[in-house]
Ligand binder design. Structure first.
Ligand code: NAD
Length: 381
């Protein structure tokens, strides 16, 4: 160390020592008088009532996204688990402070009706089990949040809606993007015609799916259209606020890739809306991740890229050759959607994305599948 450094260190020590002596001379009550707290202290309100949730199916989405999201919820708390794997369920219950007596399996699932702590079940099972476990949930007197795609067929969606009506319970579909600021802002831009009339919406949702995976099996109602294509369909519907009248579809199912023995690799489709807006979309299980849409309007465009991811959404706009990026707060999508349904239950309101929303998408998907089969444009019933 140089002399100069030694000098400044000594000076620093003496100054600090002086400050210490000065502080010791001031009585503690003068430094922190208990009756002189700032008047604007942020004292939280007591927690309101939280709705009790049962999580049905402890797979990837449940464990990696939904269970951790409860920490961000204001109105929702996990109180029960339904799983075919008792050891895993016990471990999850311990981690989240759930009573081990509130662990159910698929056989005794219906006995949730005797547990008044459970007000709503979140159905996160493979697609072919959405209808059965939603209907049984309603029959047990519970509200249901069911993951997308709502079910395997239009008929199943209708049965789920009927079950909710008969039980006088709420049915919501897990369209998490309707509860986060980026897609909400895009909807607002579309409604306000901020860039003029919408002409075209281009949207794609692509991921690289590896086996084994429920998405690659026909028996579990897998396939790219229901799993990721549904986001493009739903986006075209919520951006236009219209229902498509006619669709076309085409698909590719490679013979040399065992992943696609039962489901197509890619599906491309168009949607024609009554106002003249055209949607052209694509989904695939065989490409690098990309989840986006661009809304082409008369005077400019706006796009979300990514639009459908859990985090990191970006909103870009372009008008008269000027490009901008709009930054908004990022929200936990799963906490937002769960709290939405809990609020609806507490206030007895209808959810923003009820069963009818899932049914509308399912009708579009059925028409796209018919167009793929027939090679013709198909009217959406
Ligand atoms: P996953 O395969 O990881 O989990 C499925 C769970 O169901 C597993 O715990 C599995 O043990 C259980 N299961 C019970 N019976 C089964 C059976 N007969 N066959 C296969 N599994 C069975 O799947 P995941 O990725 O968690 O997806 C579950 C659901 O959530 C799907 O409907 C999917 O579309 C949906 N999802 C939604 C989002 C979203 O962003 N909203 C994201 C991912 C998945």
């Amino acid at each position: 160390m140089s002399d100069q450094n030694n000098d400044s260190t000594r000076r620093g020590f003496l100054m600090n020592a002086g400050a210490g002596l000065l502080a010791a001379a001031v009585p503690a009550t003068q430094l922190a008088p208990p009756d002189k707290q700032p008047p604007n202290l942020d004292v939280p309100e007591p927690l309101g009532k939280k709705v009790g949730w049962a999580i049905v199916g402890l797979g990837k989405l449940a464990l990696e996204e939904v269970m951790p999201a409860f920490a961000r919820c204001e109105k929702s708390r996990p109180v029960a688990l339904v799983s075919g794997h008792p050891d895993k369920a016990k471990q999850v219950a311990e981690r989240y402070g759930i009573n081990p007596k509130s662990i159910y399996n698929y056989e005794n699932y219906d006995t949730i009706k005797d547990n008044p702590e459970i007000q709503v079940v979140y159905n996160i099972l493979p697609n072919h089990m959405h209808a059965e476990y939603t209907i049984r949930g309603h029959q047990a007197g519970k509200h249901v949040l069911c993951e997308k795609p709502m079910a395997a067929t239009v008929r199943e969606c209708e049965q789920m809606i009927d079950a909710a009506k008969n039980a006088q319970r709420k049915l919501m579909i897990g369209y998490r993007l309707r509860y986060e600021p980026y897609n909400q802002t895009a909807i607002e831009m579309a409604r306000k015609k901020q860039f003029g009339e919408i002409k075209l919406i281009e949207s794609s949702n692509v991921q690289d799916v590896q086996a084994p995976n429920i998405r690659l099996s026909k028996q579990t109602a897998g396939g790219p259209l229901g799993d990721v294509g549904v986001y493009c369909i739903n986006a075209c519907r919520y951006l236009t606020g219209e229902e498509p009248v006619e669709v076309t579809g085409t698909q590719h199912q490679p013979k040399d890739d065992p992943r696609f023995a039962e489901v197509p690799e890619s599906v491309a489709f168009t949607l024609r809306f009554p106002s003249g807006v055209m949607g052209y979309c694509g989904c695939s299980f065989g490409g690098a991740e990309s989840r986006r849409y661009r809304v082409q309007c008369a005077k400019g465009w706006f796009e979300l890229d990514p639009a459908f991811a859990y985090t990191g959404l970006e909103l870009h706009t372009s008008q008269e050759k000027t490009r901008s990026q709009i930054n908004l707060p990022q929200k936990n999508h799963f906490a937002a959607e769960m709290d939405h349904l809990s609020t609806c239950i507490l206030d007895n309101k209808d959810p923003l994305t009820p069963g009818e929303e899932g049914l509308a998408d399912m009708k579009v998907m059925a028409a796209i599948e018919e167009s793929v089969r027939t090679g013709k444009a198909v009217a959406v019933s």
